[in-house]
Design a protein around this ligand. Structure first.
Ligand code: F6P
Length: 492
């Protein structure tokens, strides 16, 4: 196989497998990054003008289920045969990693430590605890990152651009650079980054390895200037690195910091929402609303999304402003996420209990105050955007939050957006949103009241501007900008 000119590496890949009657069935994942890479694969290869050997794009990802592992094992070196699956010529290599190593790396380290640090979500009176068990998990995380580095080193063409994604793979850029100094390596962080006072709770060697691992890249990209600044502060404080003008100098090498605020492909989203499954669900939701206003929220069931406080704010609205009873319905949709992590299971329980309390307190024979659905139904989420009068996005902390961008794009009559100041999206959307402190339940209840009262013309005007901001950097342009920025850096 000729080496690839653009390599994307991420834990979760663009395809996944299941088994039916013992046969493997391939499913192409949705989402902007998949479409962007598929399109990038169809574009001229970035290195062609340099006359370098190689071609096309390759996505290196991890087998996440038994069916994935079987597919990876049955393919030659995990390089999947995607003929007939409309991947625009892009190739996928799926790594079959020992399930125990994967479990420790993904669930124990990435999801239960690094994600919690990034979102500053530990209940620090009891967690985290870095003991001998943690050391073993950390070894697995290193092995997992090394497996990616080895695979990329094998499959990247001379001088290729490599884009390593997220906290699952922080050590991969450094490990890759040792093997392939010719590559132009980018790292992208899809979460927030914690300030040094929080980040340094990690054991010293681990904190240093993470930062030095990322600094193996030529560029490190973030969704918001706030997260880039926090990363730079950590490098200065923990590594004693020299940080100047958006460049981190460490051990004689420079890493440029970049900000790429990912947006939405509006046309693609509208096309998806025009399909029958979305249209029929929207009709059902409108029936349920019966002419009442809709407060909508759509999230993954994640601790950072602040769903419980959002429901408490709705309860406070109904308690303190009884005039809204029977005139509004809250549609709260949460897609299941990471059920392998105990904290997530407990959180789901808290959300369901709060929903039950609201129903018990306010339901009447003719009015259901809350539609709370915790199943995975993408079409229903899109349908909910179309009927929303108010969109509530109140995360405790969020890298970007694409719900705040998708909602306005699909809104039929214009909506009022309530947005947490702690979401990366607030950088771009604040001036046309009602900004809230995510911990302040009463302020959120006040904002719900204000949003429900906002005149239609004002909602429509704000929504028009929100759509412009939300579509400013769709995934294709987001990816292209990073590839071009890496190509523009002279090889070091
Ligand atoms: O919570 C958002 C996020 O953590 C992203 O940063 C990341 O890419 C994604 O979720 C990973 O999700 P999963 O564990 O389901 O693959």
């Amino acid at each position: 196989m000729p080496g690839a000119n653009v390599v994307v590496a991420s834990n979760r890949g663009p395809v996944s497998f299941s088994t039916q009657d013992e046969q493997l069935v391939l499913r192409r994942g949705g989402g902007g990054l998949v479409s962007a890479l598929v399109r990038a694969a169809g574009q001229p290869a970035p290195q062609e003008s340099d006359g370098a050997e190689g071609g096309g794009s390759l996505w290196v990802c991890c087998a996440m289920s038994e069916a994935d592992r079987r597919a990876a094992r049955e393919a030659t070196h995990g390089r999947l045969d995607l003929a007939g699956h409309d991947m625009g010529g892009g190739r996928v290599r799926m790594l079959s990693i020992d399930p125990r190593v994967f479990d420790r790396a993904y669930n124990a380290i990435a999801n239960r430590v690094l994600w919690f640090v990034a979102h500053m979500l530990f209940d620090t009176s009891v967690a985290p605890r870095f003991d001998a068990g943690f050391r073993k998990q950390w070894d697995s995380y290193e092995r997992y990152c090394r497996a990616f580095a080895l695979a990329i080193a094998e499959d990247a063409a001379e001088g290729a651009v490599v884009l390593v994604q997220d906290y699952h793979l922080t050590l991969a850029p450094g490990l890759l650079r040792l093997r392939r100094p010719d590559l132009r390596i980018g790292f992208f962080c899809h979460t927030p980054w914690a300030p040094p006072e929080y980040f340094r709770m990690l054991p010293g060697t681990v904190a240093r390895d993470i930062l030095a691992g990322i600094l193996g890249a030529d560029r490190a990209g973030f969704l918001s200037p706030r997260w880039a600044a926090a990363f730079a502060d950590c490098c200065a404080e923990v590594l004693n690195a020299d940080v100047r003008g958006g460049v981190v100098r460490y051990e004689g090498r420079d890493t440029v910091l970049g900000v790429h605020p990912l947006g939405v492909d509006g046309d693609e989203l509208r096309r998806r929402a025009a399909r029958n499954d979305v249209v029929s669900r929207a009709a059902t939701l409108r029936d349920q609303l019966g002419g009442r206003q809709a407060i909508v929220r759509v999230d993954r069931m994640e601790l950072s999304k602040n769903i419980v406080r959002g429901l408490e704010a709705y309860r406070e609205l109904l308690r303190t402003r009884p005039e809204w009873r029977n005139r509004v319905t809250h549609i709260a949709l949460a897609n299941p996420s990471r059920s392998g992590v105990p904290e997530y299971r407990e959180y789901t329980g808290s959300v369901l209990r709060m929903g039950e309390q609201i129903r018990n307190e306010f339901s009447t024979a003719s009015w259901e105050p809350l539609v709370l659905d915790v199943s995975d139904d993408y079409a229903r989420s899109l349908a909910a955007y179309t009927v929303a009068d108010v969109l509530l996005v109140n995360p405790i902390r969020d890298g970007m939050n694409l719900v705040a961008k998708e909602g306005p794009i699909l809104s039929r009559d214009g909506l009022a957006l309530i947005l947490s100041r702690e979401a990366g999206a607030a950088d771009e959307l604040a001036s046309d949103s009602l900004i809230v402190n995510p911990y302040d339940v009463s302020q959120t209840a006040d904002s719900l009241d204000e949003a429900l009262r906002m005149p239609r013309e004002q909602r429509q005007e704000r929504t028009r501007r929100l759509v412009t901001a939300a579509t400013a950097l769709p995934p294709q342009a987001w990816l292209r900008d990073q590839v071009e920025a890496l190509q523009a850096l002279s090889s070091r």
